[in-house]
Design a protein around this ligand. Structure first.
Ligand code: CP
Ligand code: NVA
Length: 307
């Protein structure tokens, strides 16, 4: 059974297939999820991920069921394994946004239905699909392009790094000291096929000549207690017009959202001509639809099967 817990659960060719499916609309995809449910469990808030996944399920003929984390209560009301096996009787797939990535791994170990990561402490692979889709629309191909990440090497960064490596892009990480990728992580990403991976503790050095400049919040969900320390430690890592001016002259700005103007990005940049954040957010739905169609394909989930 094929799950999607991390971007690297896809090979390079499979990533290309997902992105190809993401560009197809209902007429060519059919209704592979007709008569099926897809469970969407959220332990944390969401706008884009919930809306885009719900609509992607609908567009493939299925029925999404949103459930708040506390309603199922992983390891509180019942075990992760019991929840997964029971829900698998109602749904073709289960997607979850969790605090701990190990919950997703345990769900997948049940091997009951395909499990999809809708963001964990470790990674955000659905986001990386939309990121690559958006950059491909802009550049045609990512091969040989330079993608800069400014800020925290967090869940979003890790998945983006994997996707960029699979796509053959150069990766530059500009992270404050203590918030970057480990040497092992840099070696892992390099081994995935990135032509180069560089990490520096200067936002400017990371952004020089970059074709796409990405960032995310300084404080991720679950890290609220670290807010003051992080605001201090991330000083100098705002993506502003001065930083964008050292990037390629046609560079685009990207952010998974939600964004904080005046913290990780200036209003001039996120609301300016280089920003692709709206397109990137809207591509979440197309990417989700492509991923769901791919998981139907590889897991032999087809219209008309009964559970
Ligand atoms: N980018 C993203 O995952 O947004 P939400 O938290 O609103 O789903
Ligand atoms: N890094 C952020 C991403 C939100 C979509 C978080 O985990 O809160």
């Amino acid at each position: 059974m094929r799950h999607f817990l991390d971007t690297v659960d896809l090979s390079r060719n499979e990533l290309a297939r997902v992105l190809e499916l993401a560009t197809q609309r209902q007429e060519s995809l059919g209704w592979p999820l007709a008569d099926y449910g897809v469970a969407l469990i959220f332990e944390k808030p969401s706008n884009r991920t919930r809306q885009s996944m719900e609509m992607a399920v609908v567009q493939l003929g299925g029925h999404p069921i949103f459930t708040r984390g506390e309603e199922v209560g992983f390891d509180v009301r019942e075990t992760v394994e019991d929840i997964t096996r029971i829900m698998a009787g109602y749904h073709a797939m289960i997607a979850a946004r969790v605090f701990s990535h190990t919950v997703l791994e345990r769900m997948a170990s049940s091997n009951a239905v395909p499990i999809i990561n809708m963001l964990s402490d470790k990674s955000h692979p659905l986001q990386s699909l939309a990121d690559v889709l958006t950059m491909r629309e802009e550049f045609g191909s990512l091969k040989g392009k330079t993608v800069a990440w400014i800020g925290d090497y967090n869940n979003v960064a890790r998945s983006l790094a994997e996707a960029c490596a699979l796509e053959g892009a150069h990766l530059r990480l500009g992270c404050p000291s203590g918030y970057g990728a480990s040497d092992d992580e840099l070696a892992r990403v390099t081994a995935l096929g990135a032509p180069s991976v560089q990490q520096v503790t200067s936002a400017e050095k990371a952004a020089v000549g970059a074709h796409a400049v990405h960032t995310d919040v300084f404080v991720s969900m679950g890290q609220e207690a670290e807010t003051e320390r992080r605001k201090h430690d991330f000083a100098g890592f705002q993506v502003d017009e001065a930083l964008m001016s050292v990037a390629d002259r046609n560079a685009i700005f990207m952010h998974c959202l939600p964004a904080h103007r005046g913290l990780e990005v200036s209003g001039e940049v996120i609301d300016g001509p280089a920003s692709r954040v709206e397109r990137q957010a809207h591509n979440r739905m197309h990417a989700a639809r492509g991923l769901l169609a791919f998981l139907c394909e590889v897991n032999d989930i087809t219209k008309g099967d009964t559970k």
